[in-house]
Design a protein around this ligand. Sequence first.
Ligand SMILES: Nc1ncnc2c1ncn2[C@@H]1O[C@H](COP(=O)(O)OP(=O)(O)OP(=O)(O)O)[C@@H](O)[C@H]1O
Ligand SMILES: [Mg+2]
Length: 402
Amino acid sequence: MHPFTLKYKPVKTNEIIGQEIAIKKLKKFISDYKKQKKKAVLVYGPTGIGKTISAYALANEMDLEILEVNASDIRNKEQIEQKIGSAIGQQSLFFKQKLILIDEIDGLSGTKDRGGLLAITNMLEKSSFPIILTATNPWDYKFNKLRRKTEMVEFLPLNYIEIFNILKKICDDEKIKYEDEVLKGLARRAGNDARSAVNDLQTLTIEAKELTKKGLEELGERNKLDTIINALFKIFKSTDPNVAITAFENVEEKLDQQLLWIDENLPKEYTKPEDLAKAYDKLSKADVFNRRIRRWQHYRFLVYINALITAGIAVSKKERYKHRIQYKPTGRLLKLWWAKQKSMKKKAIAEKIAEKTHSSSKDVIKNSLPYFQLAFKKNKSFRESFSEELDLSKEEVEWLRK
Ligand SMILES: Nc1ncnc2c1ncn2[C@@H]1O[C@H](COP(=O)(O)OP(=O)(O)OP(=O)(O)O)[C@@H](O)[C@H]1O
Ligand SMILES: [Mg+2]
């Protein structure tokens, strides 16, 4: 079985819907390349709207040899200089003209690859061939310099009628039965993203060659679940705050729901009490902010809440857990947090004591913890040496003093 996105991939520019202006600009840039002041174009726009296929279609029509460098495959500066350097220098076999495509430069992530992005930016001027770069968000500050060095060409988000037309053609070719209204519904659901619309169409018609209203509704539920689960995945499995912070970007669920999802699944994922205690600390702070929003309409707290429950929770773990958990929805209440959070800190401390005293944490909780706690409260020098020896966090010290 072929994915529709490949089977129906436009190979000519006139098959690409809704991007006529951008394609015309690109074409002009390439054919007048020798006269251009800027040696590269930065093609930008949201995902799944035809950026990559346009570069290929143009190369095809203008009889250019395309040389693609996918930015997310490049790991370091040396590789960039090597790959792109050889591409911009070399004459092609058969003396065909070349088009260089550096695709998905957002994939060069922030700080670590700053050198890489700079290397690319500096190489552009040396090129004797036209270069197309693509990005979904060109306004990121890390692209500041690149933007000055490139001609910017915007690809427009597709509207639902345009996506509907793309889908309609596929349905007719595949002899898929559909009602206009249902197909339009499918087009609308995809946002501006033609790729995801085409994929949805294929998923829904894999068994029977018919698109039904029921199928569309089920897809809605399924996708919603998919996105929240992906969000949790980003938070729980990543240790990079920059990755985690985007987790809820495309999630429809309201904040309260997001909190519940995390609350339910966090203890399954973070099995080390120390990690869990830290993460719950973030979650309960988010809960406090959330209440203030409800009471006082302090919406500016939303930003903090989001940071706490995404990046905050992501960095609460020492390292990524290797286990695979099936994340599940919840019916429970947020109030449970407080109790749980308290007992989690207790457990985390007990575990540390257990390690030092070569006993079990259960044993410590039952037997020795109360004495440690008493000594901790009463005796300053014990407090200091104990905190240091067990490497207690500020919150843990607070808990013991209570
Ligand atoms: N304007 C369009 N007209 C027709 N089909 C399209 C269009 N845009 C996207 N598609 C469909 O979506 C698929 C993906 O398009 P493409 O790879 O060009 O997206 P993109 O804009 O490069 O996205 P990304 O930013 O994720 O790389 C194509 O193979 C095609 O099936
Ligand atoms: Mg692309």
